[in-house]
Design a protein around this ligand. Structure first.
Ligand SMILES: [Zn+2]
Length: 154
């Protein structure tokens, strides 16, 4: 067995042992379309447009129209830790369409790097900048594992 095929077998075993890594996003979200939904605000009904990416049932009784918010499917990466696994790089799209803040109620990527609940609100450019950094980091991580593999063979 060559070294590279040994590495592939080991990587496959590690992936199989970590739930969540082989998961792919569902196609359900891609099939949805924007729709009109009826929301309840202090008992009064209002019809709003819910974007295609929103998975929120809008079943709560909101106190104010500004509380109405849309939330997309949450994704996360299951990562190994000392005693099991943890979820990191948690992300989902959110929008408070009736809040007139600096972003004018635009959707943003809610991004929780460590899974601790500290969520950054990222516009597309900021999200893409982070993804570029993360991809470069993964390249360095792969290089470290290669170095580790070589170190264990000497
Ligand atoms: Zn919605």
């Amino acid at each position: 067995m060559s070294i590279s095929s040994l590495n592939q077998v080991t990587a496959a075993k590690v992936r199989a042992a970590l739930p969540g890594i082989p998961q792919q996003p569902t196609t359900e979200a891609a099939d949805r379309q924007a729709r009109k939904v009826t929301v309840t605000i202090r008992g009064a009904e209002a019809i709003i447009t819910c974007p295609a990416w929103c998975v929120d049932p809008h079943s709560e009784d909101y106190a104010f129209i500004q509380d109405v918010s849309h939330h997309g499917e949450e994704i996360a990466l299951t990562a190994p830790e000392h005693q099991g696994t943890t979820e990191v790089l948690v992300a989902s799209i959110s929008q408070w369409p009736f809040v007139n803040d600096a972003d004018r109620g635009l959707p943003y990527l809610g991004f929780d790097a460590t899974g601790s609940g500290d969520v950054a609100a990222l516009a597309p450019a900021a999200a893409l900048a982070f993804i570029d950094q993360a991809a470069a980091h993964l390249d360095r991580l792969r290089a470290q594992v290669q170095q580790l593999t070589e170190a264990r063979q000497s």
